[in-house]
Design a protein around this ligand. Structure first.
Ligand SMILES: C[S@@+](CC[C@H](N)C(=O)[O-])C[C@H]1O[C@@H](n2cnc3c(N)ncnc32)[C@H](O)[C@@H]1O
Length: 489
């Protein structure tokens, strides 16, 4: 099965929600469901497909079920509560009992009454087997396709809010897509690609070459960086930003093409099925992409460098009118040294390797002391010797009182009980300015999703020969005065 078969086909949006998200979540458009921290789910919101749910299309998560009718039209960033959805009987009537043919999951199915469904649920498998006796392959091939009678679409049931569970609806961005996409390969994460794109000075209107495209995480960020509008038609001569992606793994190419099209990025991103080590970076019909920047996320980037020179045959894939920036992404230092050496031999300059060590800092106030007793997220041990002594005195007093009470001494029972003390602390809490109490501390979070690799950058200057030198000499004579230079500039 090709990867395309598993991917839902949908019409390409006119403008990409990655560039121009509407103000609210729209039907037939991508939304990112923020289920919990570091758990994001990309979902195309539907008004039609229902997979057997009475409420229409539904997304189920660990934190409840969300009919799309409760998501469509809500402003981005909204918190949406989970709904009560009968997930148990789903699909029961997706078999056409009379003809014995299966109704496609995307077509509406009549919902059975719930009690009947519950009673029948154990028998479902047996019923299905009875309705669809196994056929011999020959019989299957000869049988004419039976016409499927589509039942009229029943009105959708209004969603009813459940008691618990919620999530947030976010617009798609390269960042949220990186977190939520289906990882077919190791991907480049936001801390790395934001640094790479700014370091290579990728600007709107430029052309960027990317290999290998893998899961398309970097592709989406690169598309946003070069985007300066869609080409309107073939007569449009404006220089529009372009990402030329190369990948040699066919199923990944199919999946990426389908995602790029579904996200409205097709006019900008050209996905090429190619082994770049052997076949280089030209577009179909040996057209040069005229790249201003190159990003290589390949196991052996040095093998691709021979195709990235100004004199590559039959034509160079580089923009002849600008210096070209390159970045290679390699996990181990041996790959870096091989790449740096090949870059130097091929005339690349300003070769530099960096490593992005992303850390998220958790900054908070750490409150310590006996006045914090019974409160949450604090350390209620004594903060000083004085606090410690005062607590000991309290314990002593309590002990003396206990013995005095036993001995019938009048006045016993005056020392505060623990419950009274905690009550007092809680009562005081409202008047305290917690935001400036305690010590300001920061901790680094060890588990940050980033695949650290070494980033090797280099620049290939414009080709410079006798003709260019003479032209510049004529335009900018060496004896020109400063004021003349200013006038000309
Ligand atoms: C680590 S993945 C790239 C991940 C991608 N940058 C992302 O952010 O999702 C490396 C990709 O390079 C591809 N690849 C390896 N050698 C290649 C070659 N010679 N030509 C084209 N692609 C290649 C692999 O198939 C793989 O998908």
């Amino acid at each position: 099965m090709s990867a395309m078969e598993g991917v839902e086909q949908q019409p390409a949006p006119v403008v990409s929600p990655f560039f121009h998200p509407p103000l609210t979540a729209q039907a037939d458009s991508l939304a990112i469901l923020h289920v919990k921290r570091d758990s994001l789910l990309p979902v195309t919101l539907r008004t039609t497909a229902n997979d057997g749910y009475a409420e229409g299309a539904v997304t189920n998560t660990r934190f409840g079920s969300y009919p799309h009718s409760t998501l469509i039209g809500v402003p981005w960033g909204s918190q949406v509560r989970a709904s009560k959805v009968d997930t148990g009987t789903r699909g029961r009537k997706t078999k056409n009992a009379k003809s014995g043919t299966a109704t496609p999951a995307s077509e509406p199915a009549e919902q059975p009454p719930q009690d009947e469904a519950a009673a029948d649920s154990k028998k479902r498998k047996a019923d299905d087997e009875q309705l669809q006796p196994p056929e011999s392959p020959t019989k299957k091939m000869k049988a004419a396709p039976e016409p499927t009678i589509k039942p009229p679409q029943p009105p959708l049931k209004a969603a009813v809010e459940a008691g618990s569970g919620f999530m947030h609806v976010l617009p798609p961005t390269p960042e949220s897509w990186t977190y939520s996409l289906d990882h077919r390969t190791q991907v480049v994460y936001t801390p790395d690609y934001s640094y790479i794109l700014q370091r290579m000075q990728v600007k709107p209107g430029q052309t960027l070459i990317e290999a290998g495209a893998g899961s398309g995480s970097f592709t989406h960020a690169a598309a946003r960086a070069v985007y300066n509008g869609y080409p309107s038609d073939s007569s449009d001569t404006t220089s529009h930003g372009k990402v030329c992606s190369f990948e040699y793994h066919a199923p990944r190419v199919d999946t990426l093409r389908s995602e790029i099209s579904a996200h409205g990025l097709q006019p900008l991103v050209h996905v090429n099925h190619r082994d770049v080590y052997n076949d280089g970076f030209l577009l179909p019909s040996a057209v040069s992409p005229r790249a201003n920047a190159i990003f290589l996320d390949l196991p052996m980037p040095w093998l691709a460098l021979k195709h990235l020179s100004r004199s590559s045959s039959p034509t160079s894939p580089l923009d002849p009118n600008s210096a070209v920036n390159i970045c290679t992404f390699s996990p181990c230092i041996e790959q870096v040294t091989a790449t740096a050496s090949a870059l130097r031999k091929a005339g690349w300059t300003e070769i530099q390797t960096v490593e992005v060590q992303n850390r998220r800092l958790d900054v908070r106030r750490e409150r310590v002391g006996i006045k914090e007793e019974g409160l949450r997220g604090v350390n209620s041990n004594p903060a000083t010797v004085e606090e410690s002594l005062s607590r000991l005195r309290e314990v002593d007093a309590k002990l003396s009182e206990f013995h005095a009470g036993k001995a019938g001494v009048p006045g016993a029972g005056k020392v505060q009980s623990k419950a009274e003390r905690l009550e007092g602390i809680r009562a005081e809490l409202g008047g305290r300015k917690l935001f400036k109490e305690g010590r300001l501390v920061h901790r680094t979070e060890p588990e940050v999703k980033t695949h650290t690799s070494y980033l090797t950058f280099a620049v290939l200057p414009m080709a410079w020969g006798e003709a260019e030198e003479a032209e510049m000499e004529a335009r900018w004579p060496v004896d020109m005065t400063v004021s003349e230079v200013k006038v000309r500039a």
